[in-house]
Design a protein around this ligand. Structure first.
Ligand code: EPS
Length: 387
């Protein structure tokens, strides 16, 4: 499977084209919209989220509720476009008019300056419109299609926020069902009821101060068969692909699988997961420090991936930068922004992980139709249990 996205933050719409989804997969538009709504929530979101009410339109590849095997086109319209029609118009507009809304002052931490230099753009709006995290909307829609494929095989995904700024949540050992239910009720998608209000206060304080906060999110995938991905080639290693998927989310600066960076300070005997076997389910592991991946392949244990999001660089209390016209230093102008988007990023992380796992499923069980894929997966599962 593969997909591309297109669209600008204040353009008319965001678009994704997905190819390779097997035919006869039931697709629920409501489930895609539920995922879009989850991404819009979270304490710390800015005014833009009051303007948007993200809803998907399916323009191809799905008929009467089922995929046909043809490319699937997903569209999410930007409500804010009504305010930006002239500014974002594909038609030429006159130099020096308000319609240009030219940006000449790069924000530190954004793509603005590097993109402007690279693409020969004197108007950095031509960079920031596409680098904006608004693009994650349609990636969540793509992830929602992937989730519906995974659900056919009993593969389920949850996510949680583990840290916002200095507030670190206490780990809670709960079932995936409970994690999904409880994070849904939390304005910061955090299981720890003591950390939750502290995180919210920290976000409010950052907002008051014109600042922004980052944090850590975790994604857990259960029900994955053994052997997705491969050890044989660098670009087929599933842990590498998951890391790329997480790092591709706007503002993400780090990724860990299983115990991740903690492994650096531990001995081998403290890190590796002992192997067990029983007649009913076959091979398993006593622990899951590997986060469900060994040798670039799934072990059958839950896949556990974490990502670190930096604080959003658009600040109400601006940092110093340089105007590209005068080359004079300036204090960046104030822009509308989120003070913290970590809870929303947790939903985006679930979506990109769902996509990678679904792609790996389609590679392991290549099938044109869901019926064939179900049969292949059933046979393979029976085989792994008896191995
Ligand atoms: C973003 C800036 C803000 C955020 C936006 C990401 O948008 P605006 O410039 O319209 O206020 O709201 O996030 C979204 C629109 C979204 O849907 O998540 C940025 O510069 O990355």
């Amino acid at each position: 499977m593969r997909y591309l996205t297109a669209g600008e933050s204040h353009g008319p719409q965001l678009t994704a084209i997905i190819e390779g989804v097997p035919s006869n997969l039931p697709i629920s538009i409501e489930e895609i919209n539920e995922q879009l709504a989850r991404r819009q929530k979270g304490h710390g979101r800015g005014r833009r989220m009051q303007i948007e009410k993200d809803q998907v339109k399916i323009l191809s590849g799905v008929r009467h509720g089922y995929t046909t095997g043809a490319p699937i086109t997903l569209v999410v319209e930007n409500n804010d476009w009504t305010h930006w029609q002239g500014i974002m118009s594909a038609e030429p507009v006159e130099e020096g008019t308000e319609e240009k809304r030219r940006v000449s002052r790069p924000r530190p931490g954004h793509a603005d300056l590097n993109g402007a230099i690279k693409y020969h753009q004197r108007d950095m709006r031509n960079i920031l419109e596409r680098s904006s995290a608004r693009e994650t909307t349609v990636r969540v829609a793509v992830g929602a299609v992937a989730r519906q494929l995974l659900a056919q095989f009993g593969i389920r995904i949850g996510g949680q926020v583990l840290q916002i700024n200095e507030i670190v949540a206490q780990r809670q050992e709960v079932s995936l069902d409970e994690l999904i239910a409880r994070t849904e009720e939390s304005p910061v998608r955090c299981l720890d009821k003591e950390a939750e209000p502290l995180m919210m206060t920290a976000i409010d304080k950052a907002k008051e101060d014109g600042d922004s906060l980052g944090g850590t999110v975790e994604v857990i995938v259960e029900g994955v068969p053994i052997g997705l991905g491969s050890h044989v080639q660098w670009d087929r290693k599933l842990d590498g692909r998951l890391a790329q998927a997480i790092m591709s989310i706007q503002a993400f600066k780090g990724v860990e699988i299983g115990i991740g960076f903690e492994a650096a300070g531990l001995k081998g005997s403290q890190v590796h997961d002992e192997i067990t076997w029983n007649e009913e389910t076959g091979y398993s592991r006593k622990t899951n420090r590997a986060g469900g991946l060994e040798g670039g392949m799934t072990t059958g244990m839950p896949v556990v991936v974490r990502g670190v999001m930096k604080p959003i660089p658009t600040l109400y209390k601006p940092l110093m930068s340089v105007d590209i016209d005068s080359r004079e230093p300036f204090s960046a102008s104030i822009e509308r922004s989120d003070s913290c988007a970590v809870p929303a990023a947790s939903v985006v992380a679930e979506a990109v992980v769902a996509w990678e796992i679904a792609s790996a499923m389609c590679e392991k069980f290549p099938s044109d139709s869901l019926d064939d894929m179900e049969e292949n997966v059933r046979q393979y599962r029976a085989y792994t249990e008896k191995f």
